[in-house]
Design a protein around this ligand. Structure first.
Ligand SMILES: [Zn+2]
Length: 291
């Protein structure tokens, strides 16, 4: 899917930035929705062989190689497991200074940059403060609150909001009813993630079970205890239980003007914390219902 549809507003902003030669040397992109695609687009704008009005053509050899992430002067760093190793960043910085010396352009993209060790983050600061004229650094994060303040204060920050309308459209095109499409759009983090969620029929079944459950819960019917049993039975797996917590949160939040729903939402939050610290799924859900 193209950037123009994924992030129409930001796409126009960045087009204007490129056309007036105002691209910065260090950006922080906060939010997952198409931020990586945007960083590739910016990289293309540095290396495209056939710029059109200062914008990348998207078709030349360089543009293709960048899209496939096989372009030599584009370096992409991703965490291995839960961290980005300090050594990885240090060797990146060495390349940086040598590229600056040779005067060739380089673009560095660091995904999940909040997973850098503070030492690694600090070694980036020098670059950010004294950029080489043809080097660019784009940091991506889905959790801005965990990015070091020293990084945030030295980069230009752009927020990449989730395009819910687009996801809803996608879910409805896949045959979901409007209310289900809404919930799935809330749940999904990207068009690709939504597609994965929709491909697994079990997720749609879970959604239905959860809709039924919250319906009965908010009616304050005695049947709700029976319903807890049913819910627990369909999700023996931890991963599915996690999904149920997410779906229930979305469903209750939708009704949050109802006082009852607000109370349950708070209890659900507690229940999820309990479950995360190894209380059984059944006990956690029962705790929520009793609240
Ligand atoms: Zn091109």
């Amino acid at each position: 899917m193209d950037l123009e549809r994924l992030q129409p507003k930001l796409f126009n902003e960045f087009k204007a930035i490129l056309q007036s030669d105002r691209m910065n040397h260090a950006y922080l992109f906060s939010g997952d929705f198409a931020s990586f695609e945007m960083s590739l687009y910016l990289a293309q704008s540095r290396f495209c062989d056939n710029l059109q009005d200062k914008l990348p053509c998207g078709h030349c050899r360089s543009c293709h190689l960048i899209e496939k992430r096989e372009f030599t002067d584009l370096k992409i760093v991703e965490p291995t497991g839960q961290i980005i190793k300090t050594d990885t960043i240090k060797s990146l910085m060495r390349e940086f200074s040598s590229s600056g010396f040779e005067g060739s352009a380089q673009v560095f993209i660091i995904r999940d940059c909040e997973k850098m060790h503070p030492n690694a983050a600090n070694s980036l600061l020098k670059f950010i403060e004294e950029p080489q004229s043809s080097s660019y650094m784009i940091l991506l994060t889905s959790d801005e609150s965990k990015v070091l303040p020293t990084i945030k204060s030295r980069t230009q920050i752009f927020h990449f909001p989730k395009n819910k309308e687009l996801l809803m459209e996608q879910a409805q095109q896949a045959g979901l009813l409007k209310s289900q499409a809404e919930t799935m759009a809330e749940l999904a983090s990207s068009p690709q993630n939504l597609q994965e969620l929709l491909q697994n029929k079990k997720n749609l079944d879970l959604l239905q079970v959860c809709q039924r459950f919250t319906g009965i819960l908010l009616k304050k019917s005695e049947d709700v205890y029976l319903e807890v049993g049913r819910l627990v039975q369909v999700v023996p797996e931890k991963a599915d239980q996690d999904l149920v917590f997410k779906i229930l949160t979305i469903l209750l939040a939708k009704d949050k003007e109802v006082r009852q729903a607000r109370t349950y939402l708070q209890a659900l939050y507690q229940a999820r914390l309990m479950w995360q610290s190894n209380v059984s799924f059944q006990n956690a859900i029962e705790y929520m219902v009793i609240s």
